[in-house]
Design a binder for this molecule. Structure first.
Ligand code: AMP
Length: 576
């Protein structure tokens, strides 16, 4: 608990009234009035001169400002107005007796020991022209109630509004002061620098700055905030950013950090939706800077949107395992081999946003295509071998190049500790693992079980494109996979015979597959002899929609552990 210094009776200074009043008092004082106490101020810098002058004006008997080696002889209290690094040595020059104080905001009282110590830090900027302390805040501290009272009385005399700041809270107090004062100058210097590139002068900015500070003081930050970030006008912010990139690129990081902080002020977390939706790489990086510095783990779930329970299962897993969950939502044109497929790919950003927020995702990163692939983009990341079979063979080389390039970019943008992918896209998951391993990307890849409808159909954004009839036929994909597992259970080990079981199920639904293959679950090499667990993978068009599915086939019994159904993951039907 803080000392109620205002209640302290202890008053080491007698003469703390204006000189005129003081003389009146002295004239009328009874003969036993204690002798007048004296304050010495050591340090001939701006603060020393300003405090000497201001305290003299209020009637204090001030000796000073004295040079740094002064011993304060004859003073009842000595106030050191010297640089922080010199407080200890200045205090050492003072013989035991007086209370000794300093004016530092950042320094504790220990440096003054063994003196009875106080500190008084005026929350006011002091220039060579002096300072007006009246009305300003002041941090005070005292090693004894008497020393604390001394600091309080000096602050009081200057018309300041003192607050006692204990030693452990001084860095935070001092940081607040630096942001309020020093950094404001840095910001105005930046405004001047940018303004100068279009012929704007400081004088023309000053009225705006004054009015802004006045509004903040009167209305508080939320109500005083105006401008494009507060309005959510991202196009304007993007144009401003480009202008800074061209004219004053050294200010870009500052601009980005301010956009993020201003955005948080405009829509503080814990409101209607605590999730941050970010559209720019710069905004993303700025938002993740602090959590990363604080050592918080970051999980990334890359998606193309149109969320279903499969996506949500990845997000939930990330939520359980990571401090910060980032979901990317980007329909990556580079991985679509068919422009018509890209055009009709389901999109529902508002619903996606609401679903991700419900899960507790921290950050939804939804960049525009130009943000990911700016003009002149000319680089690709390509994984050989494992990408050339199955989906790679049917969709063409560009498909996986598109996936690996965008995933590498996402990893670089987000810098996740863990990234979550679905077993539903088994080949993609293996490709990403290979990518991360081959390029030494510092990210752990987690592959999560396929989530299915109760009738076995693997959830997919593309399922929304199926007609009711095709939706019913599509269950044959899962039946084909189950037929292979059933055949294994019945002791069948001939790959050709097992494949026939699968094809029969597809045929019964009039589905002719692109492929049905038995492959190694690690290398995707075709399996010729069935003597260990393997992956059965298939792809087929159902109506106009291409679907893929797969299942790990176990030669032993315990075979449904990698399958998740919506019964294990809460359904999202209510969002429609
Ligand atoms: P997409 O939006 O289709 O690119 O999918 C994003 C992520 O969700 C990928 O890692 C997919 O493998 C994963 N995913 C898609 N469908 C499912 C599903 N039914 N179960 C689990 N994960 C899935």
């Amino acid at each position: 608990m803080r000392t109620p210094w205002t209640d302290l009776e202890t008053n080491i200074f007698l003469t703390r009234r204006p000189v005129s009043q003081m003389r009146e008092l002295e004239r009328d004082s009874p003969p036993d009035t204690p002798a007048r106490k004296r304050l010495a101020i050591v340090g001939r810098g701006r603060v020393g001169y300003a405090l000497t002058q201001a305290l003299r004006n209020t009637g204090y008997d001030v000796d000073g400002p004295l040079g740094r080696g002064a011993d304060g002889l004859g003073a009842d209290a000595v106030l050191l107005c010297v640089p922080d690094a010199e407080i200890a040595s200045a205090a050492a020059h003072i013989p035991p007796g007086p209370i000794v104080g300093h004016c530092s905001g950042a320094t504790g009282l220990g440096v003054i020991a063994p003196h009875e110590a106080f500190s008084l830090h005026p929350l006011m900027t002091v220039t060579a022209e002096g300072a007006d302390f009246a009305g300003a805040g002041a941090a005070i501290a005292g090693s004894t109630p008497r020393a604390l009272a001394c600091a309080a009385q000096l602050a009081d005399a200057l018309g300041m509004r003192p607050v006692e700041i204990p030693e452990e809270e001084r860095p935070a107090y001092h940081a607040a002061a630096s942001v309020a004062s020093n950094f404001l100058i840095t910001l105005e210097a930046a405004a001047e620098r940018i303004g100068a590139t279009v012929g704007l002068e400081r004088d023309q900015l000053v009225p705006l700055v004054r009015a802004t500070v006045e509004n903040w003081a009167r209305l508080g930050p939320e109500r005083a905030l105006t401008g494009p970030v507060a309005r959510g006008d991202e196009a304007t912010v993007a144009r401003q950013r480009q202008a800074i990139a061209d004219a004053a690129p050294e200010l870009l990081a500052l601009f980005d950090a301010l956009v993020t902080a201003t955005g948080a002020l405009a829509a503080p977390p814990g409101g209607e939706c605590g999730m941050n939706v970010i559209h720019t790489v710069a905004g993303l990086r700025a938002t993740l800077l602090e959590p990363r510095r604080a050592g918080r783990s970051i999980g990334l779930v890359p998606t193309m949107g149109a969320f279903h329970d499969g996506h949500l299962s990845l997000m939930r897993r990330a939520r359980q395992e990571c401090d910060v969950v980032v979901v990317s939502l980007f329909v990556n044109p580079a991985q679509f081999n068919d422009p018509a497929d890209l055009d009709k790919y389901p999109r529902d950003p508002e619903r996606d946003e609401a679903l991700a927020a419900d899960i507790g995702v921290d950050l939804l990163f939804a960049p525009a295509a130009e943000e990911v692939y700016p003009p002149g983009f000319a680089t690709a990341v390509s994984v050989a071998g494992i990408t050339e079979t199955l989906e790679g063979a049917h969709r063409g080389r560009a498909h996986f190049d598109g996936v690996t390039t965008v995933v590498t970019k996402l990893f670089n943008m987000v810098g996740p500790d863990v990234a979550y992918f679905g077993q539903k896209d088994a080949q993609q998951a293996l490709v990403i693992r290979r990518l991360a391993r081959d390029l030494d990307l510092p990210v752990r890849i987690e592959v999560c079980p396929t989530v299915r409808e109760p009738d076995g159909l693997a959830l997919s954004s593309r399922n929304a494109l199926l007609s009711p009839d095709d939706r019913a036929r599509a269950t044959a994909l899962h039946r084909a996979l189950a037929a292979v597992q059933r055949g294994i259970g019945a002791g069948e080990r001939d790959p050709a015979a097992l494949r026939e079981h699968a094809l029969a199920e597809l045929d019964a639904a009039a589905i002719s597959p692109d492929y049905v293959e038995f492959v190694s679950s690690e290398t995707l090499e075709p399996v010729r002899r069935i003597d260990r667990d393997f992956l059965v993978v298939l792809a087929a068009h159902v109506g106009g929609t291409r679907l893929i599915d797969n299942q790990l086939i176990h030669l032993s019994r315990n075979h449904d552990r990698e399958v998740a159904t919506p019964s294990r993951a809460p359904t999202i039907a209510s969002r429609r």
